[in-house]
Design a protein around this ligand. Structure first.
Ligand code: CA
Length: 258
């Protein structure tokens, strides 16, 4: 019997006064593991309100999840959960001028015993580590990524662009929003990382990969290492990580049943 381990960290960073990132990880039952990272934006406290509302709404939806992940209606149901979170943030923003135009990124994962679903809006990312290689599972909804995809910017120019934080999509800023949902396969030995751009925008992919490759380090140490790398890189943004590990099957040992 293999198990699942999780770890999460959120740090205000070295420059900001307020942490507008939020993170949630849990086991909703039925052998599932769920995680959400949200990175809020908006003036005076609004960013943290947006990310908090989004995580609250999504954690409620995911905690109540009862569909087996093999069911074909899962994608639509996950999309619906994100749209409910969008409505929660949008309605609060519309009803209070202090919160006008607030919004948040969101990236979420719902994992079972052989597959999973990833949903996102904005530039918070999901990565899967498998056999020593890191694969980015999400595509940033940013202006620079659009320009890079159309060949108007090189990947290097995009990574250093002064307006690289400008999002083309966010949760809660509009009544309608498009959610990207994808299905992934998920097997023993895999690790999944969800993070805000306070990690992925500051720390080179190679360093993130190196930290996740650590076979002996436990997940809590890897989470600490990722936060430390972001702080070392300047820490000029809030930084948040959620980690999930599908424990590798014991090799060559005696059977695990008594
Ligand atoms: Ca951020």
């Amino acid at each position: 019997m293999t198990g699942v381990k999780t770890a999460m960290r959120s740090h205000v960073g070295r420059v900001r006064q307020v942490n507008e990132d939020r993170v949630w990880v849990d086991h909703p039952g039925g052998g599932l593991t769920a995680a959400v990272v949200a990175d809020g934006m908006g003036g005076h406290k609004a960013g943290e309100v947006a990310s908090e509302l989004a995580v609250e709404s999504l954690s409620r939806s995911l905690s109540a999840w009862r569909l087996p992940l093999a069911a074909p209606e899962c994608e639509a149901k996950l999309r619906e959960a994100v749209l409910n979170a969008n409505a929660a943030v949008y309605e609060t923003a519309s009803g209070n001028e202090n919160y006008a135009n607030m919004g948040t990124t969101v990236v979420l994962a719902l994992l079972g015993d052989s597959e999973g679903l990833i949903g996102h809006i904005g530039d918070s990312r999901a990565y899967r580590m498998r056999d020593g290689e890191l694969l980015q599972l999400t595509e940033d909804h940013t202006l620079v990524n659009e320009l890079a995809k159309s060949g108007q910017l090189s990947p290097e120019e995009a990574a250093r662009h002064p307006r690289r934080n400008v999002l083309t999509r966010a949760l809660g800023t509009d009544k309608e929003v498009e959610v990207d949902v994808r299905r992934i396969d998920w097997k023993p030995g895999d690790r999944l990382l969800l993070c805000s751009d306070g990690l992925s925008g500051l720390v080179e992919g190679d360093l993130i990969e190196g930290a996740l490759r650590e076979r002996d380090g436990d997940l809590e140490q890897i989470a600490d290492r990722l936060i430390a790398l972001a702080l070392l890189a300047g820490g000029d943004d809030n930084v948040t990580v959620a980690l999930i590990e599908y424990e590798a099957e014991a090799t060559g040992g005696e059977g695990g049943t008594a």
